[in-house]
Design a binder for this molecule. Structure first.
Ligand code: FE2
Length: 188
């Protein structure tokens, strides 16, 4: 596997080319997946110490590396404090995430309600997997997952979204209360 140089500007150029020619989201994800792995393995090209900083209140740190003027093709380095993570959530767009430093547990869910009641959601867990360096999680629009750092050190992953996730009206879910609420993150 290529562990050579691959900068974020190079990644963005490749993302733009894919976005321009891919016929649908399925094809975008298929083509972005190997780029995310390549960028993760080439972390020495772009990963900086400040990207390990995380917000103590939210439990993670979103470091914006790129977005287009219309908020599309958003790239973030995301850091995760030990023992912290997210509630189950969707993205309101496609998402391709690659492990960069440290293991991150992902749990995957399916929405089993009929989406007819505003603010109501029922989830069923359909899988779980821990991802490390170069491992890629690719999710179409509507996929639901959570991320958790079960290790005792800060972890970092590279997140590529079809659109900046604070501009997609996406949701976080409470599985016990069966609620859906807006999910906006603090971004560095
Ligand atoms: Fe996510």
């Amino acid at each position: 596997m290529d562990k050579g140089a691959y900068s974020i500007p190079q990644l963005v150029e490749d993302l733009k080319a894919i976005h321009a020619r891919a016929k649908d989201e399925h094809e975008v994800i298929k083509l972005v997946r190997p780029l995310a792995r390549r960028a993760a393995l080439a972390k020495d090209s772009w990963l900086k110490p400040e990207m390990f900083q995380a917000d103590a209140e939210q439990g993670f740190g979103f470091h914006l590396l790129h977005e287009e003027p219309d908020h599309s093709l958003a790239v973030f380095a995301v850091s995760w404090l030990p023992g912290r993570g997210t509630p189950p959530h969707d993205h309101g767009t496609w998402a391709v995430v690659a492990g960069v430093d440290g293991p991150e547990l992902n749990r995957f869910y399916e929405r089993v309600d009929d989406r007819s009641r505003q603010g109501h959601a029922e989830l069923k867990q359909i899988g779980a997997k821990t991802f490390g360096l170069g491992d890629v999680v690719a999710m179409p629009t509507g996929a639901v997952h959570l991320v958790w750092n079960e290790s005792d050190a800060v972890s970092v992953s590279l997140h590529i979204y079809g659109k900046h996730i604070n501009f997609t009206q996406r949701s976080q879910f409470d599985q016990d209360k069966q609620t859906a609420m807006p999910f906006v993150v603090k971004v560095n």
